[in-house]
Every structure is written in C-alpha cells, then in structure tokens.
Ligand binder design. Sequence first.
Ligand SMILES: Cc1cc2nc3c(=O)[nH]c(=O)nc-3n(C[C@H](O)[C@H](O)[C@H](O)COP(=O)(O)OP(=O)(O)OC[C@H]3O[C@@H](n4cnc5c(N)ncnc54)[C@H](O)[C@@H]3O)c2cc1C
Length: 381
Amino acid sequence: MKYSIIGAGIGGLTTGLAFEKKGIDYQIFERFTNLSEVGAGIWLSPNALQVLDYLNVLDAVKNQGNSIERITIGKPDLSPISDNPQGLIRKMFGYSSIAIHRAALQKILIDKVPKDKISLGQDFKSLRTISEDKVEVAFENDSRVMTDFVIGADGINSKVRNQIFPNSQLRYTGQTCWRGVAEIELTPDFDHRVYELWGDQIRFGFSRISKGKYYWFAVALDKANGKDDKIKLREKLLNMFSAFHSTVIELIKATPNDKIIRSDINDLKPMKNWYKGNIGLIGDAGHATTPNMGQGGAQAIEDAYYLSNLIPNSPNGNAFKAFEAKRRKKVNLIVSQSWMTGKVAHWKYGRGIRNFILKSIPKNLMNKKMIEMYQIEKYNS
Ligand SMILES: Cc1cc2nc3c(=O)[nH]c(=O)nc-3n(C[C@H](O)[C@H](O)[C@H](O)COP(=O)(O)OP(=O)(O)OC[C@H]3O[C@@H](n4cnc5c(N)ncnc54)[C@H](O)[C@@H]3O)c2cc1C
C-alpha cells in the first residue's frame, strides 16, 4: 500500500476523500472501533467549505448545518464590540461559514469514504523505517502493515509526531473550555449568528447548528488537567456566567451535565518540519492551533486538499517537502494570531481599551484579513 493515514478525524477522512478524487492508493487506520457521537459543534469557514465542495460533500453539510450570516464579538449583555455581517464573504465565495454538529460532519465524511478503506480498532503504536521507501507500522493489537508513506493525522496528541519529533511541545494557554449542545430554540434573530461575548477574563460563544440545537462554548482561566464534579458542573457554569445575558443562562440550563465536555486549550509550538523522510504530519498532529479563530479543522481540511494535489507531481510520490513549503506561512500565521486573540480576550486590565481598539479596526481591513484567510489556490481537477 502506498499511503497509510493514521487517524480518521477531520484531517484523515478528508485526506481519504481527496485521495479518492486523485486515484491515490491509501488506507486509513483509526484507534476507535466506532466513530459515532463525538464532540459538540464546529464552525466551518469558507476555506474549509471550498474544499468540502470540491470533495462533493458540501450539499450534505449545508443540509445538516446552519449558515452563519453575522459574527459578533460582544460584551456580556450582547451589545457588539465588533460586528461582522458576512454578506461580502458570501458574495466572494458563494457561502459564508456553516455551523454543524461534529458528529454530523464526521458521519457525512465517513459515509463518503469506501468502507474497505477505513480499518477501525487499529491503535497506532510505532513505526520503523525499513528502507528508503518502506516503513513498517505497528498497532497495539500487534498487527503490522508495510507501507510506502505514513501520514500522521492522529490529532494534537499525535503518537506519530512524538515518534519522529520527540521534542515537539504542546503549549497550554492557561485557558480551559467547556462545550455543549443545548436543546433549545431561541428567537429567530439568533438563527444565523455567531456571538462571542467577552467578560471579565471569561468568554462565552454560541450559535445555532440545526433545528432545536445550539452549540456553545465557555472559556475561563484555570490550571491544566482540572476536573469537574459532573453533577455540579452546570451550577458552576451558571455561577461563572451569572452576569451574562439571560440567553447565556438559558443555553447552559438547556444542556444536560453529562453532555458538557471539558478540554484544556493547547496548541503545538510551531515546529521546524512536518515530515521526516516518508513520514509526514497533517492537521493537529503537525500544527495544532488554539480554537480562537475557528481554523484548526479548516486547516486540516486544507492540508488534505493541498497534499492530494501535490502528490501526483512529486518525485516518487513524496510530496511532504512541497506540502510543507506550500502550507507553512498561512498555518504559522493562524497559529500565532489565534494564540494572541486568546490572550487579548482574557486581558485582566484595560478591557475598555481592548474593546475600543477592537471597535476601531476598520471594517475593510477586517474583511481583507478574512478574505486572505479564506482563499485557497485552485488546481485543475
Ligand atoms: C474547543 C475547540 C473548539 C474548536 N472549534 C473549531 C471550529 O469551530 N472550527 C474549526 O475549524 N476547528 C475547530 N477546532 C479545532 C479542530 O477540532 C481540530 O483542529 C481538528 O479536529 C483537527 O483535525 P485532525 O484530523 O487533525 O485531528 P482530530 O480531529 O483530533 O482527529 C484525530 C483522529 O486520530 C485518531 N487517533 C488518535 N490517536 C490514534 C492512534 N494512536 N491510532 C489511530 N488513530 C488515532 C483519533 O481517534 C481521531 O479520530 C476546535 C478545537 C477545540 C479544542
């Protein structure tokens, strides 16, 4: 087999679909035996949507998700600090962002990948370079495969990365995030909006993902690896956000305790390289970013697109060097801007100045930055 993809997350599955399109031989290996209910919601920005369109899954994503026509960063009472209607973006790209349940997105992708191309219950353990063009991949169940190339798409805690770059470092932001999906309908003016509300070192974001379902996240400063008393979790969040608009309270109340997920916000310190020989990394495995710009998944999806388009023109099919050269600038910019956004959002002092600066950023500059981020190169398919 030519390419072994480790991990059937957003990056691994979209790479499978992109390889199908190009007729590239591959197999995906995923540690879990079942890939059904995962996570809460996700926002898919126009760069991701262009690739999903190219992969012929955009209609399904549109049908099961909810389009976002306005993105507002606001104060806890919902009053806007920075308000961004998405009309120009829609006009330029044909769509604005889409909010969708992660489980729905994953199902759409899995259903499109041929069944025999995903090996479930294969927990990657280690790899061994046999020769210049052969790698042996071993799994925890002692099975092994011989492959020409390995693509580590195994997420932020990537074992593939740890094996080829043992000195890679995750960076904890000092911020923890709780995510949930509330079973609720709000008034129609919330239907196609994203709100992110910045309070006193805490923030809360939400948007509708489908009929009767709202995705929300809450972020606060905390030590790493903290734990919650599950039974009292909702109460804790209700206390934390008691000064926020009643909509925030309604959303938390409409989410069962056991449906709230806690994750520390980490990213990966940018690495010099994303590959070693015929072993390469994509998505969070290679360049995990903080979620502040909603771009981690989108960048994994872009990776799939570029890698699959570079392979056919690369010597012996090794496109990792060209891929890294193509992707590094944009990805590193997103990682650093996203890190900075997270810090600014939780500033302890000078919140008034922060809000004033954010409010004063000219709309056309904001649009220019967004358009640059959302653009992808076109290839002849
Ligand atoms: C709070 C939060 C909010 C976010 N919001 C957004 C957003 O709105 N928009 C956006 O674009 N991005 C968002 N992201 C980022 C996004 O979730 C990630 O960037 C994206 O999931 C990365 O995709 P991936 O395929 O690289 O990794 P993952 O999606 O993590 O997939 C990795 C896969 O590899 C598998 N795996 C792991 N180890 C092994 C192993 N040893 N053997 C075999 N398989 C293995 C896992 O089971 C999993 O299926 C957010 C992230 C967080 C934390």
